[in-house]
Design a protein around this ligand. Structure first.
Ligand code: MN3
Length: 204
């Protein structure tokens, strides 16, 4: 059994003008496909074959660099596509909205903290909204490369419910060096209903 590249849940041009079609095409069809293939090659014939991606990520300290980088790349992009969509954006509602107010003071404060964490991540990496494993509170964090907070090697310990890819490959064709403009545009495509689903699942 091996991991499969998930289909995009919408057409490649669906997130225009915020995320352009060519970027989506290369990002999903080349980058995400590459992580998936290399993850499968790295786990083949090892004890990680047949494990869930969450199980694998929780043991990357032992599993080594290839599984860490490609397992992270596989998981992170799957979450990224899933929590975006056309005609989305707006604001969260229900329990998630209440938890954001509780843990950040307001939705605007949360956005600003998330944007800062994503903008200030030096080099390549991800900005995250996570549910802390112990306290179940919402926390904003960032990780380098393809790391994420499910990994045993990452200081923040929790379940990601929203992630933003800030590798240059995620925005350079459309935004060049203007990472903050890409981050601002991201809010127009966040699918808060999906994020809310992931929030409820992470509480259990
Ligand atoms: Mn990427």
């Amino acid at each position: 059994m091996s991991f499969e590249l998930p289909n995009l849940p919408y057409p490649k041009n669906a997130l225009e003008p915020h995320i352009d079609e060519r970027t989506m095409d290369i990002h999903h069809g080349k980058h995400h496909a590459g992580y998936t293939n290399k993850l499968n090659a790295a786990i083949e014939g090892t004890a990680y074959e047949g494990k869930t991606i969450e199980q694998i990520l929780s043991d990357v300290g032992n599993a080594g660099t290839a599984i860490r980088n490609n397992g992270g790349g596989f998981y992170n992009h799957s979450l990224f596509w899933e929590t975006m969509g056309p005609n989305k954006g707006g604001t969260p509602s229900g329990d998630l909205a209440a938890a954001i107010d509780r843990d950040f003071g307001s939705f605007e404060n949360f956005k600003s903290e998330f944007a800062d964490a994503s903008a200030s991540r030096f080099g390549s990496g991800w900005g995250w909204l996570i549910v802390d494993k112990k306290t179940k509170k919402l926390v904003v964090t960032s990780t380098p490369n393809q790391d994420n907070p499910l990994m045993d090697v990452v200081e923040a310990d929790g379940t990601p419910i929203l992630g933003l890819d800030v590798w240059e490959h995620a925005y350079y064709l459309n935004y060049q060096n203007r990472r903050p403009d890409y981050i601002s545009a991201f809010w127009n495509v966040v699918d808060w209903d999906k994020v809310a689903e992931k929030y409820e699942a992470a509480l259990n």
